[in-house]
Design a protein around this ligand. Structure first.
Ligand SMILES: NC(=O)c1ccc[n+]([C@@H]2O[C@H](COP(=O)([O-])OP(=O)(O)OC[C@H]3O[C@@H](n4cnc5c(N)ncnc54)[C@H](OP(=O)(O)O)[C@@H]3O)[C@@H](O)[C@H]2O)c1
Length: 343
């Protein structure tokens, strides 16, 4: 099996590459080469997906492949994904595209299944990824529409029968550069009174990046059109379980102090980023991933993801420097002020 991994420099990409190499597959990666992470066993090609010449060189000099696994389109426009798909269509049999649950119109306010309505594809949306300044809801109005456009770019070019669309919720695990779980682990390690947001029994559905990688590789072997949501089973994991795992894993002497949503919202705390993974929207933890499970998707327990992410942070690995990291986490003075007001 010969595969092309678009991405591979950080987070999901390396997990896909490591899994493919373990299976004995022949792997080519395509990145700009900025992260500098070495990927043993893979042929690393450097170029920019936004440059047609680089894509043409990739196809001409390194193809053909049995499948493309696209892990690097979180910030690309649909125009660029379309150009990439067209460049690869004659040199790859199948396209496995890692998309997101944000393509659904109802995300994150309604329960979701693969039958839920998807945003109309916008072919040219190039705005910033992050939520608008001043917004506290954590909802990014642009990302989902843009990803819907990128899905469309892939299916229009490869045809439905040669395409897998994978729609994960939030990804956590070793290599996370965003600053969600790493922030909570470092906060737990610091100890003291730890502001824990909302209701400890609130359901959360993160998926481990390594489980998504395994499933993406399996999808490279599939035939026909495949569309799957990827999330932990509804109701299996909770915010309380996640934060307690952070306390236990780090050996923290800290105490979780649960503060209700309305208090946090009154203080203007930004959901999702200032308190990572805290979201009050009811659809956040109602993602139905049944079709993926039926197709073989296995989601490991969140405690394992927490422990392995801590081990990764402690082993001297540094997350790839990324502007999103700076946007995550709560200032200690602000945390103290909120805790004091909450009593
Ligand atoms: N993170 C989450 O919680 C989450 C949740 C749902 C879905 N997703 C989806 O999962 C996928 C993977 O996300 P991710 O956060 O692991 O990675 P990502 O930020 O989408 O991609 C990172 C990789 O892409 C390469 N890359 C970026 N721009 C490039 C360009 N113009 N040309 C060539 N290579 C480029 C980077 O290497 P270089 O910098 O070296 O080029 C790096 O290897 C994305 O499609 C994302 O939308 C993520």
């Amino acid at each position: 099996m010969r595969i092309l991994v678009l991405g591979g420099g950080w987070f999901l990409g390396p997990a896909v590459v490591a899994g493919a190499v373990t299976r004995g597959w022949d792997v080519t990666t395509f990145t700009r080469g900025r992260s500098g992470i070495a990927l043993p066993g893979a042929t690393a090609v450097h170029g920019d997906r936004e440059r047609p010449d680089d894509l043409a060189r990739l196809a001409d000099e390194y193809g053909p492949w049995d499948a493309v696994i696209d892990t690097s389109a979180s910030a690309l426009s649909s125009r660029d994904v379309l150009a990439g798909a067209r460049a690869l269509e004659l040199v790859a049999n199948r396209y496995v595209y890692v998309s997101t649950v944000a393509v659904y119109e109802g995300w994150p306010t309604e329960p979701l299944s693969t039958d839920s309505a998807v945003w109309e594809a916008l072919v040219r949306v190039d705005q910033e990824l992050e939520q608008p300044p001043g917004a506290t809801s954590g909802i990014n109005p642009v990302y989902g529409r843009r990803k819907a456009g990128t899905e469309r770019a892939v299916t229009d070019t490869f045809g439905l029968a040669r395409t897998s669309l994978l729609r994960p919720g939030v990804l956590l695990g070793p290599g996370e550069y965003v600053g969600r779980l790493p922030w909570w682990l470092h906060r737990a390690e610091r100890g003291g009174r730890i502001l824990a947001p909302g209701d400890p029994s609130r359901s959360v559905q993160p998926v481990d990046v390594r489980d998504v990688a395994v499933f993406a590789l399996d999808q490279a072997l599939r035939v026909g059109h495949q569309v799957h949501n990827l999330a932990a089973p509804i109701g299996r994991e909770t915010m309380g379980g996640l934060l307690q795992a952070c306390v236990d894993t780090t050996g923290s002497s800290g105490t979780l102090v649960w503060v209700q949503d309305d208090v946090l919202l009154r203080h203007g705390l930004r959901q999702w980023t200032e308190l990572p993974l805290w979201w009050t929207h009811p659809g956040t933890s109602a993602i139905d991933a049944t079709s993926a499970v039926e197709a073989g998707f296995v989601s490991r327990p969140l405690t394992e993801t927490v422990a392995d992410t801590w081990a990764w942070l402690r082993s001297g690995n540094k997350p790839v420097p990324h502007r999103r990291w700076e946007k995550h986490g709560l200032d200690p003075d602000k945390e103290r002020a909120v805790l004091a007001s909450a009593g």
